[in-house]
Write a protein that binds this ligand. Structure first.
Ligand SMILES: [Zn+2]
Length: 251
């Protein structure tokens, strides 16, 4: 019998990957039984995103696994603020030079490689990834060239073992965060339950979104701008609700 899993989604618990996962579900008419969501614990200090991922999958009845990569954190993480708790998290706009401190070496290659293995095991036809154009500036492993080579590598390394028609789906590879936010609002009209509220973006991993780190600024700006057009309101609680307006002007 063929596997019911059609989509293996690399799912951080954040807005981008949640919108990717539900967007692909809508586009390809997938039910929760057709989706396998994979999250990674790489010792990120915003581990709270893993709780968000679990909560969203629980709410929608999606099969969810968290892959434990913490045994390699110390080998990768001495320079990155995402995993080194002694470093100060940079604040400000995502496109600023200091956000390079958030890079974890080869992170996406490691995560996507594992997710591809799971996709082969599940006989899924799609590996879904939520990278977007706004990530390109800082993160080389989110750029189109990398995704093309990754796809070639996975296909050639698994010839004869992949489900027919297998491909990597990157619906936001050439689009902006604001486009994702608009799509998320549309999906909230389609889905019976709210998911934007449950997603987690903040790199600081406090009780609520800080509103000041790179990913918070990006989130609040995108959801605000998309909301003007669509008439939706950002359901997120931010500790600092005004900061993003000031860095927007500086960027
Ligand atoms: Zn934050």
């Amino acid at each position: 019998m063929m596997s019911e899993i059609k989509l293996v989604a690399v799912f951080s618990g954040g807005l981008d990957s949640a919108t990717m996962m539900f967007g692909l579900a809508q586009k390809h008419k997938l039910g929760p039984e057709n989706i396998h969501a994979i999250s990674f614990d790489y010792g990120q200090r915003h581990r709270k995103e893993l709780d968000s991922a679990a909560a969203i999958c629980g709410r929608f009845g999606i099969w969810h696994d968290i892959v434990d990569l913490t045994s390699i954190t110390s080998l990768l993480g001495t320079e990155s603020v995402l995993v080194n708790h002694n470093l100060t998290m940079p604040e400000g706009h995502y496109a600023q030079e200091n956000m390079k401190a958030t890079v974890v070496p080869n992170r996406n290659m490691i995560m996507y490689s594992i997710a591809a293995g799971i996709a082969v095991a599940d006989q899924a036809t799609m590996l879904g990834v939520g990278v977007h154009a706004g990530d390109h500036y800082i993160y080389p492993d989110c750029r189109p060239a990398f995704m093309v080579h990754l796809s070639d590598t996975i296909v050639s390394g698994n010839t004869g073992f992949l489900a027919p028609g297998f491909h990597i789906s990157t619906p936001f590879l050439y689009t902006t965060k604001e486009h994702i936010a608009r799509h998320a609002y549309e999906l909230e009209d389609w889905l019976p339950k709210e998911f934007i509220y449950l997603t987690w973006s903040c790199y600081k991993g406090g009780d609520i979104h800080c509103g000041r780190c790179g990913t918070c600024v990006e989130r609040v700006e995108a959801l605000y701008n998309a909301g003007i057009e669509t008439g939706h309101e950002d359901p997120t609680a931010y500790a600092d609700t005004e900061y993003w307006k000031t860095v927007k002007q500086d960027a």
